[in-house]
Design a protein around this ligand. Sequence first.
Ligand code: VGL
Ligand code: ZN
Length: 275
Amino acid sequence: MCHISPTSKETIDEGLSVFFVFGVITSAFITHAGAMASRSAVLSLAEAGISPQVGAPPADVLDPSFAPSERDGLLVIDVQTDFMPGGALEVPGGTEVIPIVNALVRRFEHVVLSQDWHPPKHSSFASQHEGKSPYDETQMPYGAQTLWPDHCVQNTPGSAFHADLAIPARARICRKGFRSAIDSYSAFFENDRVTGTGLQAHFQELGVTTVYVVGVAYDFCVRFSCEDAAARCGATAVLVKDATRAVGLPGSVEAAAKGLEQAGVRIVNAAELRS
Ligand code: VGL
Ligand code: ZN
């Protein structure tokens, strides 16, 4: 992966050392230290307050020879309740990806789950823009922005990972979209295209050079994560097509296909994966 930016660990350590130096602190400050730890960090499950879960049985789709190496990472995008059927921003067929994702999760040592993680009143919510409805577009200082129903609000049931998703203890969590003024589709860079999430540094520290991407939504967070991995981070990006589903706004699926091709993202079905 390309350039080294301030690492997620440095950011975590900063937050934690402040925490330890000031032994007697108010609970508000503890919250603040927690917020710092998640600012630009890729978190362990414990740091994110998430328990491992077994999830639904894995699909039997992978070729036995597919054995990811130390240099391969799996990036699972936003398999959260609000993006699943019945959720606030539902992706049709979203739960169908889960058994395939779970099969992949078992094979990879390096697994990162991205988590859309908005404060209440996030600027990407249509509810914060007078006269606008969900799925309208608006202009933000950083460019055009689609407006969404309120979704994935931090620490609400809708922001939790789906109960059927396998979450092994070794998984890491990459939160995005937690700055009120900026949305983040990509798990690498927010929508201003400048602010990093810490994921690039995380993969770089591990020596990961190929990123396999699955999850939702194909036409937004999956698309931009793949494009950034390939075009901005110098990784090989492999999108596992049958392990993703689209929101499907007018033109969004076509735009995604074009963008992915231009960025040089490899697209395969899970059963085609080989080492
Ligand atoms: C997403 C819209 C808003 C996604 C996240 O995960 O694709 N889409 N926030
Ligand atoms: Zn969002």
